[in-house]
Design a protein around this ligand. Structure first.
Ligand code: URA
Length: 209
């Protein structure tokens, strides 16, 4: 079984190509990320369970479909994850949001958390963890470790680009968490950047370089 689902919708692929171009402006990059994250959100939620509720239309009473269970949680891995959040919240405005600031110590491999704020009852909610880049997988693995420690049981991981190395590492650490991505690139370079990639996602979203 494949370790990651590639969201190959033509609009996603077209927008991603523009985002990869080095001359795309900060404003353009941010707008495209917002648009693309709406499409990714649509795909990652397409199998959510429905129940029915009784409603009244102006004509009659009916049993109408509605999402089952508690509100979703979108968990953003700081800081680039916030770039994916906006479009997802456009589509699911009632979702709860968690922010996770975490990195993995190079020597001990221990997950070092510097910020964590999440809604209550994680154990009863689907948590969709978002970070544009799955590179080594270290921060994503650590973020999911922390969410699981706080009770999350039902998780999905959504990114824009993934390296094969990151998919391998993440799937080994969290085999129960499905990965969704718009593309799987060739490899990581020595500095841990995805090749061909799109550069540093945080810098491109926030214009910090
Ligand atoms: N993080 C980024 O922002 N870009 C990469 O290529 C790898 C990790």
């Amino acid at each position: 079984m494949s370790k990651a689902t590639v969201i190959d919708h033509p609009l996603v692929q077209h927008k991603l190509t523009i985002m990869r171009k080095k001359d795309t402006s900060t404003g353009g990059f941010r707008r495209l990320l917002r648009e693309i994250s709406t499409l990714l959100c649509y795909e990652v939620t397409r199998d959510l369970k429905l129940t029915t509720e009784t409603i009244e239309t102006p004509m009659v009473e009916m049993q109408a479909p509605t999402l089952e269970g508690k509100k979703l949680v979108f968990a953003s891995i700081l800081r680039a994850g916030n770039g994916l959040l906006e479009g997802m919240l456009d589509l699911v405005p009632s979702a709860r949001v968690a922010h996770v600031g975490v990195y993995r110590d190079h020597d001990t491999l221990e997950a070092i958390e510097y910020f964590f704020k999440a809604p209550e009852l994680l154990e009863d909610r689907l948590t969709i963890v978002v970070d544009p880049m799955l590179a080594t997988g270290n921060s994503s693995i650590a973020a999911v470790d922390k969410l699981k420690e706080r009770g999350a049981k039902n998780l999905r991981f959504l990114c824009l680009l993934a390296a094969p190395e990151g998919i391998e590492n993440f799937a080994k650490a969290h085999p129960d968490v499905p990965i969704y991505t718009a593309a799987i690139d060739s490899h990581l370079n020595e500095q841990g950047y995805i090749i061909p990639g799109l550069g540093d996602a945080g810098d491109r979203i926030y214009g910090t370089k």
